[in-house]
Design a protein. Structure first.
Length: 249
């Protein structure tokens, strides 16, 4: 079998099962595990999957630049935003991360809601400037231009000063074994600080983000209190998250 044919088999199997293992692929393709390992490395270098110990998992299929993410899966994210609004109550201190789902929530906040928003997102700050009853605290730092958020040590230290009631966390990738991950190291460090400071973490994730992984670790999956998705909570694929004590909405 040609290398390109092996690549297609690996990618097809990954699409079906959300994780592939060296040993199983070696037996299926009748080649050594070292050959499969090299194949996976080459596919990972092309950005087609994420290499992990013993095999591979999918990358998050969505775009990484904020402008591109705004138009990607917008209807699904709007469903998530409507669901997430149920968690917001007067008097709360709420962290909004820089995700597009969090921005849609900010756009949908009731005009009579009284909360304090802590964020590192320029678009969210600009939007909430017009909200009469929302107090906004903005984290300074260095601008990550493809996400329109601040990052760096100053940003991390800023979030450590708070004990928010809720963190609304946009998810790039989440995997039951590999945890929550992201494509940028410094942004992942900021997300970790948000999570560690908050009493409750509500993850915002379209279905395509589940079972995927990126390069930089944020937190274990069971650090999440709730995962809000664009699907019904009784969706069969959610059982693995429910077993970890995570509420699926």
């Amino acid at each position: 079998m040609l290398k390109e044919e092996r690549f297609q088999v690996i990618l097809d199997r990954l699409g079906q099962e959300q994780k592939v293992y060296l040993g199983r692929l070696s037996a299926l393709l009748n080649v050594s595990e070292d050959t499969i390992r090299r194949d996976i490395k080459e596919l990972a270098d092309q950005g087609l999957l994420k290499s992990v110990r013993g095999g591979a998992v999918p990358h998050s299929p969505g775009p990484h630049h904020f402008r591109d993410r705004m138009s990607h899966d917008k209807e699904q994210k709007q469903i998530i935003a409507v669901k997430a609004l149920d968690f917001l109550k007067d008097g709360q201190v709420v962290v909004f991360d820089g995700g597009t789902s969090a921005l849609l929530i900010a756009q949908s906040l009731p005009k009579d809601l009284h909360i304090t928003v802590v964020t590192n997102s320029f678009p969210i700050v600009s939007l909430l400037e017009e909200h009469e009853h929302v107090e906004v605290l903005f984290a300074g730092g260095r601008l990550l231009k493809n996400s329109f958020v601040t990052i760096g040590n100053d940003t991390v230290q800023f979030f450590k000063k708070f004990r928010p009631d809720i963190c609304l966390l946009g998810i790039c990738s989440i995997h039951t074994e590999l945890g929550v991950t992201g494509p940028d190291f410094e942004e992942s460090e900021v997300k970790r600080a948000m999570i560690e400071s908050s009493k409750e973490v509500i993850a915002l994730a379209t279905l395509e983000k589940l079972g995927t992984a990126e390069a930089y670790y944020v937190c274990p999956t069971d650090n999440l209190s709730v995962i809000v998705t664009d699907q019904s909570s009784d969706y069969e694929e959610f059982d693995v998250y429910k077993e970890k004590g995570i509420r699926m909405v």
